[in-house]
Ligand binder design. Structure first.
Ligand code: SF4
Length: 80
């Protein structure tokens, strides 16, 4: 159990570091990021933080301007 918590913490730290490393011109605004993640968290396609349609960690996918939700219909669009 302790190992699972530790692994989860490591994953969360790695994801946070990865999102922080995305260049500003590739990132969505904080407001868009929040809105996208809100949609993902309410979506039936999310499993343990991973979108089962595209296989991406949603925290990573939602942070990038050029990315869109892969569902049909899409739940959030790429930023222009
Ligand atoms: S990216 Fe789209 S389909 Fe995937 S979990 Fe998020 S809202 Fe759902």
């Amino acid at each position: 159990m302790l190992r699972d918590d530790s692994s989860q913490n490591d994953l969360f730290r790695s994801m946070s570091e990865y999102v922080a490393s995305i260049p500003p011109w590739e990132k969505v605004s904080d407001a868009s990021y929040f809105t996208r993640l809100e949609a993902c968290s309410a979506c039936a396609n999310i499993i343990s933080g991973i979108c089962r349609i595209c296989g991406c960690y949603v925290e990573s996918r939602a942070a990038k301007r050029r990315m869109a939700c892969p569902d049909v219909p899409s739940k959030w669009a790429a930023d222009a």
